[in-house]
Design a protein around this ligand. Structure first.
Ligand code: ADP
Ligand code: MG
Length: 351
């Protein structure tokens, strides 16, 4: 008898996004109120004229954060903010969150309180209500799952999928700082572990450390869009790195892109730390992740308005899909963009 057993495909072969795509193929939407399911920064549902967007994220100790250097208050703040960022990425306004935690015996009441101080601070800062959650125990470490809900007029929602040829590609803020902050924290942790007599030297690196430990979501950009009556054609927040997230946007829109190395915004502190690590600053900017900046496309006619906002940088334009997805280097060479964003499933062993 031939062996009919299906060969097990390891998840590491297909990666996180391959897995999501694979699962999504078997999912169909049944309700007219489900406007958008899997495949964007947030799902979109509509009830009697009101459109609601919702997104959820799961953070696991040892995978997404390390309590050796991430203070619990910062962690609570960040856990909330990364969800709010996905709501803004739909051009919507976050209104509520739910917070679920699983904690092991090593956590004291004080530790959990600190975590919630961070959550409450984010709720204050972004005018969001904490409306529920769930609490459980875990065998090891801390797990956090946050769901955020937001609202927008139906015609104001911006998907990843509507970028068109010649649209301008823009990013807010600067890129790569959170990744360099993480590299610094990892380096100092290693030094400390090898010789506890040596105290971590983090002084003078407040910017990149802040970007890693206490990121902000770009509410200001969404407010500015409203004030200026600018509606991007497509948008995504940069959580996995510019390359990876721009490729998501291009795939969802069925287009190509051309971005220019010299236009990619990198803060001086990020570039200096990259140099200390003998790294080209382009690497954290393209592949670092956790920037929580907005990557969006707008029609060419908005060019002049955009130049009025110093927080927005035009880094390239959308092309036909057939022209590929390219980065033009300072020397003028075209290099194909590849997704090297953070992928938790890439190197795991299959089970
Ligand atoms: P983001 O980085 O913006 O949070 P993700 O890459 O996590 O987005 O998710 C991309 C899309 O896949 C989203 O629509 C999300 O809801 C969906 N998704 C992710 N994991 C799962 C899953 N296990 N089951 C169903 N949908 C999922
Ligand atoms: Mg996102």
């Amino acid at each position: 008898m031939p062996n009919r057993k299906k060969k097990a495909v390891s998840i590491s072969e297909i990666g996180e996004f391959g897995l999501i795509e694979h699962l999504a193929r078997k999912v169909k939407l049944r309700n007219a109120s489900s406007l958008k399911g899997i495949g964007d920064d947030a799902a979109v549902v509509s009830y009697g004229g009101k459109t609601i967007v919702l997104t959820t994220d799961l953070l696991i100790e040892g995978i997404h954060f390390n309590l050796v250097y991430a203070p619990l208050k910062h962690l609570g703040y960040k856990a909330a903010v990364v969800n709010l960022s996905d709501i803004y990425a739909m051009n919507a306004i976050p209104k509520q969150i739910t917070v679920s935690i699983a904690i092991s015996g090593k956590f004291s009441l004080n530790a959990v309180e600190l975590f919630y101080e961070g959550i409450n601070l984010a709720c204050d800062r972004y005018n969001v209500d904490l409306i529920g959650g769930d609490t459980s125990s875990s065998i090891t470490g801390l797990m956090v799952s946050i769901t955020a809900l937001g609202e927008a007029e139906k015609d104001q929602i911006v998907y990843r999928s509507n970028a068109r040829k010649d649209d301008l590609i823009c990013v807010s803020g600067d890129l790569g700082a959170a990744y360099m902050g993480l590299q610094l924290l990892e380096r100092e942790k290693k030094i400390f572990e090898e010789d506890p007599g040596i105290q971590p030297d983090l002084s003078g690196n407040e910017y990149i450390l802040g970007r890693q430990l206490k990121p902000e979501a770009r509410e200001d950009i969404i407010t500015w869009f409203r004030e200026k009556k600018v509606k991007p054609t497509a948008m995504i927040d940069i959580s996995d790195g510019l390359s990876s997230d721009l490729l998501h946007l291009c795939s969802a829109s069925g287009v190509g892109c051309r971005i220019y190395q010299e236009k990619i915004p990198v803060d001086r502190a990020t570039a200096a730390m990259a140099e200390e690590f003998r790294m080209d600053p382009l690497v954290p900017a393209l592949n670092g992740g956790e920037d929580y900046e907005l990557l969006f496309t707008v029609s060419l006619s908005h060019h002049e308005i955009l130049t009025g906002n110093p927080q927005i940088h035009v880094i390239g334009h959308i092309t036909d899909a057939g022209d590929g997805r390219n980065l033009i280097t300072r020397e003028g060479n075209a290099v194909e963009l590849v997704a090297q964003g953070w992928n938790p499933l890439r190197e795991e062993e299959s089970v």
